[in-house]
Design a protein around this ligand. Structure first.
Ligand SMILES: Nc1ncnc2c1ncn2[C@@H]1O[C@H](COP(=O)(O)OP(=O)(O)OP(=O)(O)O)[C@@H](O)[C@H]1O
Ligand code: SF4
Ligand SMILES: [Mg+2]
Length: 359
């Protein structure tokens, strides 16, 4: 794999430990026929250089909207209404579309669950990877094609020189995902955002793509923000995890700590819903009773209160802030129990034994 110094961009590296990505108090809203709805509220997270951070949460918790807010790719009805998104020392909120186009690909690349949304069916993959290189790098056509072959080799496309002339429909799903990763890495971005990159793939190909993402990080130093609903993927790939619920970050910290000793009752419930090893039939799964509240009818207090086994009077009326854990470790949670030493991971009467798994 080529080293980071061979990446085609020449911008200076940041000398300090400024995070590659820093999101502070982000609110994102959409105009709908029922009026404006805020679907991300007070979201904050950071990704440091070369770090791998996973974002998890049930369907509809705001993971993709957060990523699209970073990329400036919200639909025309969506808008960042509050907060800050900084890539290194550059503020992205308020950038013009033109300025955003310069940032995308060069500073941050994104891969999606479905590669067909990004790959143009009428152009060969060679053309598409070459174009991605030439958008930001001052390379001639020939040099860009050579670099494209290098990138396709790096992401594991077999016989890359001849596959350059293939069209997207001639590749398998896993190969299309590899091409999309090659395009996202074409200009050596500091940060790669991957939104459910393996969900549509079979298990073997999933493992190969996750391995590719891990290698990319290790060998190119690219930081990774990985969105997934799969806690097994989190523990395999990430160092830190951010848990989202109903548009808010409810817990974050080192993966090993959060997955073994969750501080937020939602994280604890999510963990109890994870299937054990397929061979272990002794553990029964528990779904989280109830559903994620609609953005139109968010509870006044804690958003998890209607489903929480530890709910108190205060939870129903007052919204808890995201605060650091009292033990001083790199952990935060949004729960009125956060400043006590009561771990919420014990038995939860609000959950029931079942074999269903929430998404
Ligand atoms: N264009 C839109 N207009 C209005 N609401 C939207 C729009 N896009 C997303 N939403 C709403 O924003 C909320 C968050 O959606 P988002 O796609 O970020 O969820 P997610 O966590 O990525 O879920 P999943 O795991 O299913 O991908 C949802 O309630 C969704 O209905
Ligand atoms: S604030 Fe209250 S309702 Fe919300 S998660 Fe904590 S204990 Fe449960
Ligand atoms: Mg999503």
């Amino acid at each position: 794999m080529p080293t980071r110094s061979q990446a085609p961009t020449t911008r200076p590296e940041a000398a300090d430990d400024t995070p590659v990505l820093r999101i502070d108090s982000l609110n994102t809203a959409f105009q709908t026929r029922f009026g404006p709805v805020e679907v991300v509220n007070d979201a904050s997270l950071t990704v440091h250089a070369g770090e791998s951070v996973a974002v998890v949460g049930e369907s509809g918790s705001g993971k993709s909207v957060t990523a699209l807010s970073v990329m400036g790719l919200l639909e025309s009805t969506g808008e960042v209404t509050h907060g800050s998104i900084r890539l290194r020392d550059r503020e992205l909120v308020g950038l013009s579309n033109r300025a955003y186009r310069a940032v995308r690909g060069r500073d941050v690349g994104m891969i999606f669950q479905d590669p067909t949304t990004c790959l143009d069916p009428v152009y060969t993959i060679g053309h598409q990877v070459t174009q991605a290189i030439r958008v930001h790098a001052d390379r001639g056509r020939r040099a860009a094609r050579e670099r494209a072959v290098e990138l396709l080799t790096m992401v594991g496309i077999p016989d890359p020189a001849s596959r350059m002339s293939a069209y997207p429909h001639e590749l398998s799903g896993g190969q299309r995902q590899r091409v999309m990763i090659a395009i996202a890495l074409a200009c050596g971005p500091d940060l790669l955002i991957a939104d459910e990159p393996t969900t549509a793939l079979d298990v073997t190909v999933q493992a190969q793509i996750l391995d590719l993402l891990r290698r990319t990080r290790r060998e190119l130093g690219t930081a990774l923000l990985l969105i997934t609903h799969d806690l097994a993927v989190v523990s395999e790939v990430a160092e830190r995890v951010v848990v989202m619920y109903a548009g808010q970050v409810v817990e974050q910290g080192p993966v090993a700590d959060v997955l073994t000793a969750p501080r937020h009752p939602y994280t604890a419930a999510l963990l109890r819903s994870v299937p054990p090893a397929v061979t272990d039939r002794s553990t029964r799964l528990r779904v989280i009773e109830g559903t994620v509240p609609s953005p139109h009818t968010m509870p006044d207090g804690c958003r998890f209160a209607p489903r929480c086994a530890h709910v108190m009077d205060r939870c129903v009326t007052e919204q808890p802030p995201l605060v650091a854990a009292p033990d001083g470790r790199d952990r935060r949670s949004r729960c009125w129990l956060a400043d006590t030493d009561t771990p919420p991971a014990g038995s939860a009467p609000g959950t029931r034994a079942t074999t269903e798994v929430p998404r």
